[in-house]
Design a protein around this ligand. Structure first.
Ligand SMILES: Cc1cc2nc3c(=O)[nH]c(=O)nc-3n(C[C@H](O)[C@H](O)[C@H](O)COP(=O)(O)OP(=O)(O)OC[C@H]3O[C@@H](n4cnc5c(N)ncnc54)[C@H](O)[C@@H]3O)c2cc1C
Length: 491
């Protein structure tokens, strides 16, 4: 598919003036050398730096629809943007200076919370943390939880089908969405804001838009699934000698706790050491719980999260008993339970500080793969062997959501090699090696971050011709002029 044809220069002024008339002059921002608006033009990892014609911030669905119609009339393409926390370069403009970034963050109202139906309706630009807060204020739980929740929006979460730390119990963003409102590429408004649990009336347009990364329509509002709010949370940090031990511990814990197990995260020793090096204050408190500061970290550390509802809870006793049994069965080397809110938060801070520590460390070759949980140890062993053969001395930063088989498997330059040299000489080979291995084990090359710009070519090279043809046909049907996020996701 080719990019939308660019308009002659003179037409920009007319478009910009029409946009100002629609959304207000202050809601159309033009990047300049003095004020490059990096928050909208540079991605979170600072890998992609675009140049937009303007950043446009409509205040409601009607304004979004009018902006899309105006851009269509002027043949200008649109990059929908929420919090710009995409890790695959999906939410920043290209460098043509001819795309509009349509930022949704002014659509930030919680429209309704329906406790009896366990649902809520929110506008797409609401921050995820605010959605969680509104549910909490109503005594309920919206369980989507990511380290970026203070910056990302619910529209972006749905556009990327975000995962996070509680997928094991509650599912991805897709499973948490009951209905959508969206603006089509032609600027029409589709009202699919239903709160029904059952609705078998033809093709599921909601599920088609979820995970479409802004390439098919612009999500303007969503109806979300809520849960009873747990009355109790308790976490444990557990040391294991091998990944196979972690997988057995997961099985053991699931059998014993069932739905009370909400998260099962793993962190490799070297990954924890990285977090401790860059963010010692936050992370050190939790480390001290697991081991004295001067002793070795376990080869693998599991963060096991649990919750319970109801007035009387046996969670602590059940957790203690299952960890004791696991110890006796040789499934762990040591374990510590959180007994206060402070300890519980410190354990999560340790886990959630890893992406920031990685960012502070510098560029790595990053992957977000998933395989069947039972195959994770095989993946890690085979990937390590192949990588050490390809780039001797490369350093692996591995952590993730073992409960979902999803690993963030990142590769850093050998200590004696400059990062730029490493990336230039080895990046594409490392990607190929890691993706091909994950796929050969029946897995995926993108578990939760999506495709964006970063993985579009690789997706096209690895998925079947049939799947690529279907993706292109759907794009062509809904956005025939390729106005919405061109050059992203669709191979
Ligand atoms: C520290 C950190 C931790 C993270 N942890 C996780 C994690 O655990 N799990 C996970 O899944 N992701 C994670 N992410 C990635 C990121 O936060 C998610 O992809 C998030 O869902 C993106 O939301 P956003 O509002 O920032 O969207 P953006 O980054 O602005 O956009 C993402 C994509 O969605 C499109 N889009 C945005 N809003 C809309 C809309 N309203 N309608 C249509 N398309 C839209 C954009 O065009 C783009 O393609 C993490 C990121 C960071 C920085």
């Amino acid at each position: 598919m080719t990019a939308a044809p660019s308009p002659p220069c003179g037409q920009f002024d007319a478009l910009l003036e029409a946009l100002r008339q629609t959304v207000g002059a202050t809601a159309v921002r033009i990047p300049t050398p003095e004020d490059p608006l990096d928050a909208h033009q540079v991605d979170w990892r600072k890998r992609y730096c675009g140049q937009a014609l303007a950043i446009v911030c409509p205040a409601n669905t009607q304004e979004v629809a009018e902006v899309v119609r105006l851009c269509g009339r002027h043949r200008v393409s649109i990059v929908p943007q929420g919090g710009n926390t995409s890790l695959v370069g999906g939410s920043v403009p290209d460098d043509s200076g001819q795309q509009i970034v349509l930022n949704l963050q002014r659509l930030n109202r919680v429209l309704d919370v329906d406790a009896a139906n366990l649902s809520m309706t929110v506008q797409a630009g609401c921050l995820l943390a605010d959605v969680q807060g509104a549910a909490d204020a109503a005594g309920l739980l919206f369980p989507l939880s990511l380290a970026s929740e203070g910056s990302c929006t619910i529209g972006g979460n749905l556009a990327t089908n975000a995962g996070g730390t509680q997928v094991l119990r509650y599912g991805t963003a897709r499973e948490l969405c009951l209905g959508l409102e969206a603006v089509t590429a032609q600027g029409e408004i589709w009202d699919g804001l239903k709160s029904l649990r059952k609705d078998n009336t033809g093709y599921d347009l909601r599920d088609l838009l979820i995970g479409s990364e802004g390439t098919l329509a612009i999500i303007t509002a969503a109806t979300l699934r809520l849960y009873p709010r747990p009355t109790r949370h308790q976490a444990a940090l557990v040391g294991c000698d091998s990944l196979a031990q972690c997988v057995s511990l997961l099985q053991h814990t699931r059998t014993r706790l069932d739905a009370r197990l909400t998260g099962f995260e793993v962190m490799h020793q070297a990954t924890l050491a990285l977090a401790l090096r860059h963010l010692p204050e936050q992370a050190q408190a939790a480390r001290a719980l697991l081991t004295p500061a001067d002793s070795e970290l376990p080869t693998w550390t599991v963060l096991l999260d649990t919750c319970d509802t109801g007035p009387s809870s046996t969670l602590t006793q059940d957790l203690e008993a299952l960890l004791d049994d696991a110890h006796q069965q040789g499934l762990l080397s040591r374990a510590v339970l959180s007994h206060t809110d402070g300890q519980y938060r410190a354990m999560w801070t340790l886990r959630e500080s890893i992406p920031m520590a990685e960012k502070m460390e510098g560029h790595m070759v990053k992957h977000d793969i998933a395989v069947l949980t039972s195959r994770v140890p095989t993946f890690v062993a085979q990937a390590e062997a192949a990588l050490q053969q390809a780039v001797p001395g490369c350093r692996i930063v591995c952590f993730g959501h073992l409960g979902d088989g999803n690993l963030h498997y990142n590769v850093q330059a050998p200590a004696d090699m400059a990062t730029e040299t490493f990336l230039a000489q080895h990046e594409s080979r490392i990607h190929a090696l890691v993706y091909d291995l994950a796929l050969s084990l029946g897995g995926t090359m993108s578990a939760e971050h999506g495709i964006g710009q970063l993985k579009r070519t690789e997706l096209g090279q690895r998925q079947s011709a049939t799947r690529t043809a279907w993706m292109r046909a759907i794009k062509q049907a809904l956005d025939p002029e390729n106005r919405l996020n061109p050059g992203r996701m669709v191979p």
